[in-house]
Ligand binder design. Structure first.
Ligand code: EPZ
Length: 418
């Protein structure tokens, strides 16, 4: 199993560019099943999740080709409706394909994607929305079989689910008439999917407002560059603040990071947004944050909760971090405690008594963002830290160790037998 070996004590310093957002590329790839013409996507990162999604598209009859960070997808003749079990259980995001495959071919037969480390990951909101669009859905033996002709409807989501918003948005574009989707997710990646679909000719109103009006549309191919990855950008800005360095993320979008940058300032860091990008630095002491909770956009992103909790271990005083989006996203805490952090977990709240030094140890990534948090903590720890199970980190951060090394830190990828 591969691991990272980190020698702590060096601050993150420098300028980086981030690739297209994983959580924008994945639904955009799924959306290609709505099309009958080729699509070219630029700036796409090498991530295992992206490669798995390309395999799913091929299994459904698409032809795909990658040249560096450019991916070409030709969905002509992609009449597949049955998602192979092995593929769909390997990638939770396969569920994004349900709406597009059903809308394109009138039928979709998928395995339940199942839960993961951070939660049960139910899909009830996805299925409720597709049923309201007229889909007949049968759930048995761990599979979901959908069929029927879709027609527009008024759908109100009980919760602004990112995936459910994206699934319903894609299906509604090929439903008869018009669909109004309220309490829709407003994450930048959702907006980027909508912008991709508009580039393909999709008639969508209200992008970013929480209420989407989606009209039946004739779609065509396009060339598109998905939005930069705000979670990778945020992780690196937190790393700069945590290590007392200075990092500029050249293509970060300030409005996508506002919840984070406001909290970094509250923690005593300097944040600059200008034509060179978004820069975070810290010269004085880190300050504790009395209460921080994750929420749907524009609230503090759950995907930055673990890296921010790692930062709070270095802020002198008591901080409270509350995870309000997923039910089991404190898996990084026991691993941070192995490095010497003083954190008490009560339900989905972490009470951090910060300011204690961290000491290198062997730790294990339990989900991709937790793994990134452990890397940041290792950069601050005295001595050597081994972060195991980095294949989870590879799912969401392309060659993370190379980015951190380019910012002046001592990290390398090693092979471990355990
Ligand atoms: C997307 O997951 C992201 N994944 C997640 O990123 C991200 O953490 C999450 O949105 C929240 O921003 C991708 O885009 C591929 P949700 P998704 O549906 O769509 C509950 C990462 O690290 N829910 O908004 O699954 C659900 O259980 C990953 O990059 C239902 O109850 O998120 C959760 O508690 C992790 N029923 C909450 O809503 C449903 O039908 C948020 O889930 C759907 C969701």
């Amino acid at each position: 199993m591969e691991a990272f070996r980190i020698i702590g004590g060096k601050p993150l310093v420098g300028t980086v560019r981030v690739c297209a957002a994983k959580n924008a590329v994945l639904p955009i790839l799924a959306a290609c099943m709505l099309l009958h013409e080729p699509v070219t996507l630029n700036g796409c990162p090498y991530l295992s999740d992206v490669e798995n999604m390309l395999s799913l598209l091929c299994a459904l009859g698409c032809r795909t080709r990658r040249e560096g960070k450019t991916i070409q997808i030709d969905p002509k003749g992609a009449d597949g409706c049955v998602m192979p079990e092995a593929l769909s259980s390997a990638l939770r995001s396969s569920i994004f394909m349900l709406g597009p495959v059903l809308a394109r071919n009138g039928m979709a037969d998928f395995a339940y994607p199942g839960g993961c480390e951070i939660g049960a990951r139910p899909i009830d909101l996805h299925l409720q929305g597709l049923r309201k669009l007229g889909a007949h859905i049968e759930e048995k033996h761990g599979r979901i079989r959908c069929e029927g002709k879709l027609r527009g409807a008024h759908i109100h989501l009980d919760y602004p689910s990112v995936g459910a918003t994206e699934n319903i948005l894609m299906a509604a574009l090929c439903a008869e008439g018009t669909t109004v989707l309220s309490n829709a997710a407003r994450e930048p990646e959702v907006n980027d999917l909508a912008n991709f679909l508009r580039t393909c000719g999709g008639r969508i109103e209200g992008v970013g407002t929480g209420t989407l009006t989606i009209h039946n549309s004739v779609l065509h191919g396009c060339t598109y560059a998905p939005v930069p990855d705000r979670i990778t950008a945020g992780t690196l800005l937190i790393g700069a603040a945590m290590t007392g360095g200075r990092v500029t993320v050249a293509d970060a979008v300030p409005e996508h990071l506002l919840a984070l940058t406001e909290k970094l300032k509250e923690a005593g860091c300097q944040v600059l947004c200008d034509e060179s990008g978004v820069t975070a630095s810290r010269t004085g002491k880190l300050l504790p944050i009395s209460r921080l909770e994750t929420a749907p956009f524009p609230g503090f992103p759950t995907d930055l909760q673990a890296p921010m909790t790692a930062l709070l271990t270095q802020a002198v005083g008591t901080s409270l971090m509350q995870e309000k989006v997923f039910e089991n996203r404190m898996l990084h805490v026991p691993e941070l405690k192995k490095l010497g952090a003083d954190i008490t977990v009560q339900g989905n709240s972490a009470i951090v008594s910060g300011g204690r030094p961290l000491y290198g140890a062997e730790v294990t990534a339990k989900d991709l963002r937790a793994g990134a948090a452990l890397c940041l903590a290792g950069l601050c720890a005295q001595g050597e830290t081994i972060v195991k199970n980095v294949r989870l980190i590879d799912r969401g951060y392309a060659r993370f160790e190379e980015i951190l090394k380019s910012l002046g830190t001592d990290i390398e990828r090693i092979e471990r037998n355990d």
